[in-house]
Design a protein around this ligand. Sequence first.
Ligand SMILES: [Zn+2]
Length: 304
Amino acid sequence: MSDDIPFNKKLDLAPGRVEEVVPGIRRILADNPSPFTFKGTVSYIVGQGDVAIIDPGPDDERHIGALLDAVRGETVTHIVVTHTHRDHSPGAALVKAATGAKTYAEGPHRAARPLHIGEAPRLDASNDTDFRPDQPLAESDVVSGSGWALEAIPTPGHTANHMAYALRGRDLIFSGDHVMGWSTSIVAPPDGAMSDYMASLEKLARREEALYLPGHGDVIRNAPRFVQSYIRHREGREASILHRLGKGATDIPTLVRAIYIGLDPRLIRAAGLSVLAHLEDLVTRGMVATEGAPSIAGTYRLAG
Ligand SMILES: [Zn+2]
């Protein structure tokens, strides 16, 4: 989709196989590959003996079975969730039923803004609206267990409730779907919001952790530089949208065709929502005008 971000499209990990990705942290790949999930969701096990599971993944008994096998003889003390998409949080209920561990997350699923009249949550099928954390988390809250401590970093944008977690003393962040090594993150209104997303990237860019362990794809090394390239990529996309509007494009399908060259057809709808996310942000900042609330079927022009 873009060659300005140093993506890593490799992941040598078979579904269900447990691997120590860095000392003291194991990962297991769920078998749910797709154009949105890459090779599948990566679940993490933090610690040894008494452990936390980060993002148990989809409602998939084989994956949950592999996770529970990986921690046989150990005690799961915490289940930590980055956000409420169906490929990340539904497995929490299964792991909780098997282990009795408490669940931790920012909160239940919610939209980033009130719905407009006639609007439905557009990527509804991807949302897990059943999940409710036992313990809601806020900025700087620390969840700690035996030999590890996770600091909550609210990172709204991909979803309103997205939370990244820094592993204290270890120079690494579990970045969920906010920053991934294989692709940009999807920001789709009304569940996601571009202004929030950019602010969350700026927040991570101010941090020093070198290593990110994402919800999809391999480890991201040199993470601060990678985050900068994510920011520049979004700024470039915004510039492209403004450029195309200046040249007379007025609707989202035209913008998508002009900007996303060679796009996988299965991603056209998501690309349209991503452009809508940029337009919402540009309308809020007074740079683009539209009739009424920004919508996927709306017409747009440069303001002023
Ligand atoms: Zn997601």
